[in-house]
Design a protein around this ligand. Structure first.
Ligand code: MN3
Length: 247
């Protein structure tokens, strides 16, 4: 029923490999995709790719188990990448044909899968092996910002943990940077994308979908959230904030 992205790209006269060019620059994505002009003027297309984990699958043990990491990265995140590519190709195809009968469906797929791709990419990068890049507390400017905006690290941690643990159903606990006033705010997201205001950008997130913790923690989400702090890579979080501060 749906043309696959590969079919679309072939129809557009562009080799798939040409769309997978790696981009440089600052990004949460270790191998950021770059939009390519399509041959027939339908607009730029991006071949989104699954970024590799920046550490081994078992590197976050004992706090996050190897099997969970394998399934989560290789299956779940990969599915969001594929879903995003499919949705964006479908919208290009709709433009080509002037057929917008499925516009609501594909627009929703873009938000869900695009949210999933972004948040998981950020999630992997903002973790690290305990004691070797993961855990501890933020330092420097990020520590100062957290103290200013939340009253201290412990207060920040308590609010963030409560937000993450309290997500209804599947979703995320998130720390956003808001350029408008230059401060950090804590939010929840349902699924991969709901409940976020415009104008603020995720800089740290914990995935609280059951697939992120159920094998090891079963229904004890609060325990998973509590142990997750041992693998937070604060250096990466500081980079994420600085990137959006224009620093
Ligand atoms: Mn997930």
């Amino acid at each position: 029923m749906q043309n696959t992205r590969r079919e679309f790209l072939r129809l557009a006269g562009m080799p798939v490999a040409a769309a997978a060019t790696m981009a440089g620059g600052v990004s949460i994505f270790s191998g950021a995709a770059q939009a390519q002009e399509s041959a027939d003027g339908l607009g730029a297309l991006t071949e989104h790719t699954l970024p590799p984990l920046p550490y081994d699958y078992n590197a976050l043990e004992p706090y996050i188990d190897e099997q969970t990491m394998r399934i989560h990265h290789d299956k779940h995140h990969a599915a969001y990448v594929k879903g995003l590519n499919t949705a964006e190709a479908a919208l290009a195809k709709a433009r080509a044909g002037g057929d917008y009968a499925q516009i609501e469906y594909w627009s929703k797929k873009c938000a869900f899968n695009g949210g999933g791709h972004y948040l998981h990419s950020m999630f992997w990068a903002a973790m690290g092996p305990a004691g070797k890049g993961g855990g501890g507390q933020p330092t420097g400017k990020l520590a100062d910002l957290i103290t200013r905006d939340f009253g201290g690290f412990d207060a920040f941690k308590a609010q963030f943990s409560a937000a993450a643990t309290g997500v209804e159903g599947s979703g995320w606990g998130l720390l956003h940077y808001r350029p408008e006033d230059g401060r950090l705010i804590i939010l929840q997201a349902e699924n991969q994308h709901k409940l976020s205001p415009w104008g603020s950008i995720p800089v740290l997130g914990i995935d609280v979908w059951e697939h992120a913790y159920y094998l090891k923690y079963q229904n004890n989400r609060a325990e998973y959230v509590s142990q997750w702090w041992n693998v937070v890579n604060w250096e990466q979080v500081a980079k994420n904030v600085a990137m959006h501060q224009g620093a």
